[in-house]
Design a protein around this ligand. Structure first.
Ligand code: G16
Length: 561
């Protein structure tokens, strides 16, 4: 780096010293911590984003959000050139930058990394970083830090895209790098037009948002998703979206509301109640990258019937399988590329969902928790369908499969009446699905529209959908420990290898129930160890989770030796 660049970095970094005594780690979804600790981290991630733009010769995104975490937390993550998560290969550098004790150390690290990665800082590439943030009160100050980080690379431009859902920012980065229109309005138009296309392709005998079954009520987690959904809803015909717990309603972000709360506690979010029995209800999380549906049972005392990410995955898989069977059975589509379909889950997937997907004949793969792992695996397929039980997921299409669909649909025009064979309509549906569902990352808004149109296509109520299979009773807990990094796991996080003896003790508890399954893992977004237990009855699942939580406390708690 030349002298001008080094001076600029040193002088701007001198305003952003890291917090003392805190070790920061890029984690499951970027850096997360109490917002008061994050000024220097966000500044340094700004530098990282600018370097990533130089390395990839692409636009990069930087999102300020802590998603499902409490409102006083915040976080920062990178949307890579593809629109997906930061290349894992760069995560150790992100950690080193965040923890560099002084501006001089920071400069040294950057110099070494620039040389190692062969990054040209000669000003022959116009660096641009798109910045987004969610509704957290700390977001604006952190955004200013991010801007300073980006612009500490000579000539780099930081473009503030405003308050966005996380998936919107990922979508914009992907669109920009593909040379497509990439404003928020473009995002809304792509989602709404592909949704309308799928509605037009609903078989004539099925009802299409006919006034009977056309309402969905959405819990916006008091975050950004509700407001965006209201804007998107204005472009949709037929579907009525009622938003509660939007950021404009005065409630506290993720407090008694939102997808994480609803999925983990299996209870009603604030402002929902018995009046909602019989209606499709949905919860988004704080930055609208997750969604779960739920049913309010008659005379509910607060409990809900959860329709989680596994069921969303199953619904999408069924619909896609149906379209592929139409494609393959038609003589005129025989030349269409045969799709290799893969499903990706994590250890949190309910065992009943995995059995169901396997019974459908689908190839089911497992990865550790974190969209970055599921997404990467999904790219190995023509159609990769991934979902975490917590509602984070999407459907990825390979370029070559999209091309083969496009070749088949080029001559079909969609007027008020859809013409063409079943195979051609199936190809059109799959193309529309690939445009509706976010190809960069899990997206609650696009996921919601896809669920809604598939239910109409199938002619199903939410109850019928929920009956696809019955979840095994499960329970999730979190345990505060002295140092969660002391838990080391293997085999897609299902086996503890350290501390020694903990896995054996878990096995002993799990063996007490014929359908028992249990694992523990350190969270990558909160300072806790998570416990998941499944068993033949709810009581047994609760007991197993509680016993294992006690074990975690014994092995790792503040009083463990
Ligand atoms: C993030 C990740 C998800 C992960 C969740 C919980 O979600 O994107 O893949 O499931 O954290 O992770 P952990 O159990 O490691 O805390 P979000 O919605 O918070 O960004």
């Amino acid at each position: 780096m030349n002298e001008e660049q080094q001076c600029l970095l040193l002088s701007s970094a001198s305003h952003f010293w890291p917090p003392k005594g805190v070790k920061l780690s890029y984690g499951t979804a970027g850096f997360r911590a109490d917002a008061s600790l994050l000024q220097s981290t966000v500044y340094r991630v700004g530098i990282l984003a600018a370097l990533r733009s130089l390395k990839t010769r692409s636009v990069i995104g930087l999102m300020i959000t802590a998603s499902h975490n409490k409102v006083s937390d915040n976080g920062v993550k990178i949307a890579d050139a593809s629109g997906g998560m930061l290349s894992q290969h760069w995560e150790p550098f992100a950690d080193a930058l965040a923890n560099a004790p002084s501006p001089q150390h920071l400069l040294l690290l950057i110099n070494e990394f620039v040389e190692k990665e062969g990054i040209s800082v000669d000003g022959d590439w116009q660096v641009e970083v798109l910045l987004g943030r969610d509704t957290r009160p700390s977001g604006d100050a952190l955004l200013q830090a991010a801007k300073q980080g980006v612009t500490s690379i000579v000539g780099a431009v930081a473009t503030d895209m405003g308050i966005l859902t996380t998936p919107q920012l990922h979508w914009m980065v992907r669109a920009r790098n593909k040379g497509m229109k990439a404003s928020e309005q473009d995002y809304f138009e792509q989602l709404s037009s592909s949704f309308r296309c799928l509605v037009d392709l609903i078989p004539a005998e099925k009802c299409k948002f006919d006034g009977v079954n056309d309402k969905v009520v959405v819990d916006g987690a008091n975050g950004v998703g509700g407001v965006k959904l209201k804007d998107l809803g204005k472009l949709l015909n037929g579907l009525i979206i009622e938003v509660r717990n939007s950021s404009e309603d005065g409630g506290v972000l993720n407090d008694g509301v939102g997808a994480d709360y609803v999925q983990k506690e299996k209870v009603l979010p604030n402002n929902f109640g018995s009046k909602d029995t019989g209606i499709r209800c949905v919860s988004l999380d704080g930055d609208a990258d997750r969604l779960v549906y739920f049913i309010v049972p008659p005379k509910s005392s607060g409990r809900i019937d959860l329709v989680d990410g596994d069921k969303i995955l199953s619904l999408f898989a069924l619909f896609i399988r149906e379209q592929l069977s139409f494609l393959n059975e038609k003589e005129d589509m025989k030349n269409c590329h045969q799709a290799h379909v893969g499903v990706i889950q994590t250890a949190y997937a309910n065992g009943a969902s995995t059995n169901y997907l396997k019974l459908l004949g689908l190839e089911v793969n497992f990865t550790p928790t974190g969209v970055k792992y599921l997404h990467e695996k999904a790219t190995e397929f023509d159609i990769g369908i991934y979902f975490e039980a917590n509602g984070h997921g999407t459907v990825l299409f390979s370029e070559s499969f999209i091309e083969s669909l496009e070749a088949r649909t080029n001559e079909i025009s969609l007027g008020s009446k859809v013409l063409g064979s079943e195979g051609e309509k199936a190809a059109l549906r799959l193309l529309a699905l690939s445009k509706l569902i976010n190809q960069a990352v899990g997206d609650a808004l696009s996921g919601l529209l896809l669920v809604e149109v598939i239910l109409q296509h199938m002619g199903w109520s939410i109850n019928k959908w929920n009956e696809l299979y019955h979840d095994l009773p499960s329970k999730q807990l979190k345990v505060k420990v002295a140092d969660r990094t002391a838990v080391v796991t293997t085999n897609a996080e299902t086996v503890v290898v350290s501390p020694p003896g903990l896995q054996e003790a878990i096995n002993e508890e799990t063996a007490k129930d014929p359908q028992g399954r249990c694992f523990v893992r350190p969270s990558g977004t909160e300072d806790v160890v998570r416990v998941y237990a499944e068993a033949s009855t709810q009581e047994a699942a609760d007991t197993l989770a509680n016993c294992v939580a006690k074990l975690v406390d014994q092995f790792l708690g503040f009083n463990s030796s």
